[in-house]
Design a protein around this ligand. Structure first.
Ligand SMILES: Cc1cc2nc3c(=O)[nH]c(=O)nc-3n(C[C@H](O)[C@H](O)[C@H](O)COP(=O)(O)OP(=O)(O)OC[C@H]3O[C@@H](n4cnc5c(N)ncnc54)[C@H](O)[C@@H]3O)c2cc1C
Length: 503
């Protein structure tokens, strides 16, 4: 299929005209913002999307993950969660948000999480009906072509995970992904060069723009303008430093669970627990050396998952990287390291995402936001268990050895019997583990009580009229599975709420 580039006509945006009026301003073009923009445009509203990052052509998506991080990811992926286990949090800054560089893994909101939310706040139920959500998920799965990964393009990294999990009798399955005609190029995390991923710039956002929605890339929303407790506009800056104000009946903040609370706070909208209740899924990964080539940079980037322990808050996924990242993960020095680098094609890489209980908070900064967050003891118990099972699955699948990457423990493990001792021998010291975070939630929590939540169950801000939050900031808790499809589903509900409230 030829790459069809998107014609957003960005060269012709009338920036010299500084007095814009729209029905709705959407801040952020990721899964949340793109969905709201599409739905409101379909409802006949005039919509503008403000996106801080650039619109990147498929031909310019870099092959190297390292380059992708420097060009497409926010702050070159160097923003840190500070606490007892410092770890980077990874976000995109580009049109499409993180959907453009994510693994395309698609999950519905789990029923037990939905029940947790309603148990915590029964006031959510009238606005968050399970049957409505299922209808929306059906529609999203149709729109975004969500389907299990085809074994033909999965590649060895995914198939070995299946083999290891099968041998240990752990329930597993091909990952459901939002892709079309995927060729298994292994480049999801750098942006699909063939645009075979139905990420937002290649689906909802594109369809919105085709129906008349305006997109301003490379502009940063600096402030939400509030007059008499009503949001009336947004002040944004362009790349050249111009400051422009636009006005609208409604402002929908969809800048992510980190940037949305930061924008509210720096706009002086500080009511309720904004920025607090930060939750996430810390991720840990393991590499293993196999006797036959794996070529972890080929095949579906993330094509197979182990779901046996999801109910315990641990989910395993194959995780393909390009050579630069695989090489960076290797331990050792000198001749031994050179030898490992020359054998890169034999390495597999899998990860685990943890549904952590810890809560933290986002603190806005002048140039970047910070997160303060410390894992609980129970979280570390899960992390440790995940590492053991990753190692056991790899060895069961035939790895010659695995490298757990945990300080102070065996650098290489060749025997399942050694791996089995991991939980007994490694203390619950958060500093021993190397983790990263890509799924974040909860910082503008939705709820019926303005003291304990930031937006109402219908996504309206409790105190500021005409202001909505649409992204995973509103999730009352983390969800234990990959969030983008749930974000899209809730953003549909947010858009409906905006449309219903607009005369
Ligand atoms: C590497 C990686 C892999 C992932 N893999 C998966 C996966 O396979 N499946 C899954 O379900 N989830 C995955 N995720 C998580 C998922 O992509 C995110 O949860 C999701 O994209 C969040 O959607 P969002 O719309 O809330 O925010 P984002 O996708 O972060 O989009 C927010 C957008 O707002 C823009 N923005 C922020 N502040 C401003 C401002 N002040 N002015 C203008 N624009 C602004 C940002 O530049 C960004 O483009 C992954 C994430 C990463 C980083």
């Amino acid at each position: 299929m030829p790459v069809v580039e998107i014609n957003y006509s960005i060269d012709f945006l009338p920036f010299e005209k500084k007095d814009f009026h729209f029905d709705a301003i959407v801040i952020g073009s990721g899964p949340a913002g793109a969905t709201v923009a599409h739905q409101l445009t379909l409802a006949g509203q005039s919509v503008v999307v403000l996106e801080e990052g650039p619109l990147v052509k498929a031909e310019n998506f870099p092959e190297s993950s390292f380059q992708a991080m420097t060009q497409l990811y926010r702050d070159m992926s160097t923003s840190m969660i500070l606490g007892n286990c410092p770890m980077p949090f990874v976000q995109a800054k580009m049109v499409g948000g993180a959907s453009t560089i994510n693994g395309a893994i698609s999950w519905r909101l789990p029923l037990h999480v939905y029940h947790d939310w309603l148990d915590q706040d029964p006031g959510l139920e009238p606005h968050l009906q399970w049957n409505d959500l299922q209808n929306i998920f059906n529609k999203i799965e149709f729109d975004l072509n969500i389907a299990p990964t085809d074994e033909k393009i999965a590649g060895p990294n995914n198939l070995l995970l299946k083999a290891g999990a099968d041998l240990l009798k752990l329930e597993n399955r091909p990952i459901y992904r939002n892709v079309k005609e995927c060729e298994g190029l292994g480049r999801c995390l750098q942006g699909c060069p063939k645009r075979h991923k139905l990420s937002m710039e290649n689906s909802y956002l594109r369809w919105a723009v085709e129906k008349g929605c305006t997109l301003f890339p490379n502009v940063k929303a600096q402030k939400i303008i509030v007059e008499y407790q009503k949001a009336v506009g947004v002040l944004f800056t362009t790349l050249s430093g111009d400051q422009i104000t636009i006005k609208a009946k409604n402002i929908i903040v969809a800048a992510s669970a980190v940037q949305s609370p930061s924008l509210l706070i720096s706009s002086g909208i500080k009511q309720g627990p904004v920025g607090k209740n930060f939750q996430c899924h810390p991720g840990i990964s393991m590499a293993g050396r196999f006797p036959t080539p794996v070529h972890v940079w080929r095949g579906a980037t993330q094509g197979h998952e182990v779901i046996e322990l999801c109910s315990q808050g641990i989910k395993f996924e194959a995780l393909g990287y390009d050579r630069t990242i695989v090489a960076m993960r290797l331990k050792g020095v000198g001749k031994e390291l050179m030898e490992d680098i020359s054998q890169l094609k034999y390495w597999a890489n899998w990860g685990a995402a943890i549904k952590a209980q810890a809560k933290g908070r986002v603190i806005p900064g002048r140039n970047r936001s910070q997160i303060i967050y410390s894992l609980t003891k129970d979280d570390l118990v899960k992390v440790r268990k995940a590492v053991r099972i990753l190692g056991e699955m790899m060895l069961a699948a035939g790895a010659t050895y695995v490298t757990p990457g945990v300080q102070g423990w065996h650098k290489k493990v060749l025997q399942p019997l050694i791996m089995a001792k991991f939980e007994k021998e490694v203390p619950l010291n958060p500093k021993l583990f190397t983790m990263a975070v890509t799924h974040m939630f909860g910082t503008c929590k939705m709820g019926s009580d303005p003291k304990t939540s930031v937006v109402r169950p219908d996504f309206r801000h409790h105190h500021i009229a005409g202001l909505y939050v649409a992204d995973s900031s509103v999730f009352p808790t983390n969800i234990g599975v990959n969030p983008q499809t749930s974000i899209i589903a809730l953003a549909h509900l947010c858009a409906k709420s905006v449309a219903d409230a607009t005369p």
